[in-house]
Design a protein around this ligand. Structure first.
Ligand code: SF4
Length: 430
């Protein structure tokens, strides 16, 4: 769809109900207008993260090969040549939309490479649990309309998904009641920002301070209580036994409880076991109470990349096409591990949302398709500036709860190509 047909009836360059691509929430209620200096301004429903993204000034530098300006066609030809001569290219970063993800997987398939996302280390804490024992999760909409208890397990939601409280936890209306009950909000962890838990809908706000790597013990203990098993009388996970009993009683008494976590917060050995403890407790307590998990984060397009990879290969990321067919190995095809072990000889890196998704330090030649302001520590072999989906071109992203995809709109005139178009051109030149 072209820019003219995207404009709202409010006038030139004023867009309503815009979907935001800058975190996994994909809020779709923003108003964006002109800034007065040729850029964009968030007029309504923004947060600091979305303002930084939408109001980033437009710059349109030339592609570069070996630090020298070239045309896009020359950069595409040079990239195709590098991929053609590579024994095992690694396609990493994958900060892109659904279309970009489809294109990069098609290119990896053609070029015989490995695909992995920059956020995979966190995402795999979830994927391992999904694969091994399954889980019972809810959607943003279901949580907003039904939950009377939110437990934030070790995650500072404010940082990664800034409007989660505003859009889900603190909303006063519910689809199912004219007078919805107040919500209890419990922060399970150390130093979590509670400032957003406020407003008429919020009842009690409690803090249970414990270290992130001990949250699993607390969930396991509550699971034992649900199974009527005996527990020792002392502290559990750094909490007094009475606090664990009280937390369990609140879970049992709730009509719809939700445990929220962000896998990025469990960055310690065995972090996936904490996700597992949460999910097993949720499954167990559903025998007598309604309860669900909700994993947040999902930034830099990781839900889009993992979904597209699953649709197209049957596996969620960390897939190799080197043998002409998709081969899945969550350990072997970890891009970070492969680069450190020098198992790939070319890195193709995608980062089209923010300026901070930089490639890891590596000696292998690197092709970067990135935002013009990407904070690269050194010049890659090839740099092709690309537009941001939902700003410079239309597209689609999958929301963090994996239940909907949101259409993204082109909001400004930009010469920056989409990552999908550049990747398709490279594939055509192979
Ligand atoms: S919370 Fe996330 S999706 Fe919503 S406006 Fe902020 S950055 Fe955008």
């Amino acid at each position: 769809m072209d820019l003219e047909s995207e404009k709202s009836r409010n006038g030139a360059n004023h867009f309503e109900n815009v979907a935001c691509p800058f975190c996994g929430m994909a809020c779709d209620d923003l108003d964006i207008g002109p800034s007065g200096n040729g850029g964009l301004k968030v007029l309504k429903n923004g947060c600091a993260r979305s303002i930084a993204g939408f109001e980033r000034p437009l710059v349109e530098p030339s592609p570069q090969v070996d630090g020298k300006n070239v045309t896009l066609e020359e950069a595409v030809r040079a990239a195709a040549k590098l991929i053609q001569t590579s024994k095992l290219p690694i396609f990493g970063g994958l900060g892109t939309d659904v279309e970009g993800s489809r294109a990069v997987i098609a290119l990896a398939e053609r070029g015989g490479g490995v695909v992995d996302h920059a956020m995979s280390p966190a995402t795999y804490r979830n994927i391992r649990v999904m694969q091994s024992s399954g889980w019972l999760t809810t959607s943003l909409t279901e949580a907003r309309n039904r939950a009377d208890l939110f437990i934030f397990a070790g995650c500072d939601t404010h940082k990664n998904n800034p409007r989660f409280f505003e859009r889900v936890v603190c909303t006063e209306a519910s689809m199912f009641s004219d007078n919805p009950a107040k919500r209890t909000v419990i922060f399970l962890g150390e130093g979590l920002d509670q400032s957003a838990a406020k407003g008429n809908r919020i009842g009690e706000v409690l803090t249970l301070p414990c270290k992130s790597d001990r949250i699993g013990e607390i969930l396991d203990a509550m699971r034992a209580l649900q199974k009527s098993l005996a527990l020792p009388s002392g502290d559990i996970g750094g909490l007094p036994r009475a606090a664990v009993d009280d937390l369990y009683a609140r879970c049992k008494a709730s009509t719809y409880g939700v445990i929220v976590w962000d896998p990025a917060s469990f960055n310690f050995p065995g972090g996936d076991l904490t996700v597992n403890a949460i999910c097993e407790f949720v499954k167990e307590i559903n025998a007598t109470s309604r309860f669900a998990g909700l994993s947040l984060g999902g930034n830099e397009g990781v839900p889009s990349a993992s979904s597209v990879c699953a649709w197209q290969s049957g596996y969620p990321l960390r897939v190799s096409f080197a043998n002409g067919k998709p081969e899945y190995d969550a350990e072997r095809y970890d891009a970070t591990r492969m680069l450190a072990a020098k198992e790939g000889d070319l890195l193709v890196w995608l980062a089209s949302f923010g300026d901070n998704l930089v490639p890891p330090e590596t000696d292998v030649p690197t092709i970067v398709l990135g935002t013009p302001g990407l904070k690269l520590s050194r010049k890659p072999k090839i740099f092709i500036p690309v537009g941001t989906p939902g700003v410079d071109h239309s597209g689609r992203v999958i929301r963090v709860d994996n239940v909907v995809s949101l259409p993204l709109r082109k909001l400004r005139q930009s010469k920056l190509p989409s990552a999908a178009d550049v990747l398709a051109s490279i594939e055509a030149a192979l």
